[in-house]
Write a new protein. Structure first.
Length: 284
């Protein structure tokens, strides 16, 4: 038996599963402060005989197991969690604990159980309240000096777009131009109220496709999986595929890109990719 935590900014999804990845019990706990939230998480697990816990955490978070700060939250906008250590929180439980970012475990869930199943090189892009990119290359999650923050790559603006961007750090990064809050701030309406305005989604597809062109050139994934609330707008997919091929300009020619409908695809875990990826961390 193994435990899993998908640690989000508004809620923590907790689950217990078996070695085959089957989730046997799950729950949801509000993310408030560590003093309030962690005891409830520990209480959930105490009734289960588990060997290890996998955690997909919001970041930034230290992922280098050789450092004393492994599992510690950095300068998060969730101020009460800055400096919090997942390792310290579980030190008296006897569980082995392994940690990665929330979007990396979602990529892992999709690679093992979802739309990337059977592939060793996939990326998962979530476009919602923010934009995150989980990178799974050579059968391993990419970390590097910290972890990829590919939602903050700089994007060339459409010439007619005068929106200043919603990211406090960059005026024209992918997240600041194309995440859900950016759509709402640009047009003064939520995305749900703009479904029938094709100009909105043409611009959104343009920015997503520009980012995907960069990811293809840098990561060379064998499949790109798109998830998050914005990607519930299904008409985005054909627009993104068309524009991505245009931006690549026939420079890269592979069988995957020739069959782009099966290359840029929706998430396949029905929203459970994060918790299933965290469970797989524990299993491994």
């Amino acid at each position: 038996m193994f435990g899993a935590i998908e640690a989000g900014g508004t809620k923590m999804v907790v689950a217990v599963g078996d070695e085959k990845g089957n989730i046997l019990s799950s729950g949801s706990i509000a993310t408030t402060t560590p003093d309030e939230t962690i005891p409830k998480i520990l209480d959930f697990f105490k009734d289960h005989d588990i060997e290890a816990v996998g955690i997909g955490a919001f970041g930034p978070v230290c992922l280098d197991r050789t450092l004393p700060d492994y599992g510690r939250i950095g300068q998060s906008p969730k101020l009460s969690w800055v400096g919090f250590s997942w390792i310290d929180a579980f030190k008296d439980t006897g569980y082995d604990v392994v940690i990665d970012t929330d979007v990396n475990v979602a990529a892992l869930g999709e690679a093992v159980y979802g739309s990337g199943r059977g592939l060793d090189d996939v990326i998962y892009v979530t476009i919602g309240t923010g934009i995150g990119v989980g990178v799974y290359l050579g059968g391993k999650l990419l970390h590097g000096m910290l972890h990829p923050e590919a939602g903050h790559i700089l994007i060339e603006r459409n010439a007619s777009d005068t929106f200043e961007g919603s990211c406090p750090y960059h005026k024209n990064c992918f997240e600041g131009l194309a995440a859900g809050p950016a759509i709402e701030k640009r047009y003064g309406k939520s995305a749900a109220l703009l479904i029938d305005d094709d100009k909105v989604w043409e611009l959104e597809a343009e920015y997503i496709a520009k980012a995907l062109e960069a990811y293809i050139c840098c990561y060379s994934p064998k499949r790109i999986i798109l998830g998050g609330g914005v990607m519930h707008v299904e008409k985005l997919f054909p627009m993104i595929r068309k524009k991505t091929k245009e931006y690549l300009g026939d420079y890269i020619k592979t069988p995957e890109l020739e069959n782009i409908d099966s290359y840029i695809v929706p998430a396949g875990c029905c929203g459970s990719q994060g918790i299933k990826g965290a469970l797989y961390l524990a299993i491994k």
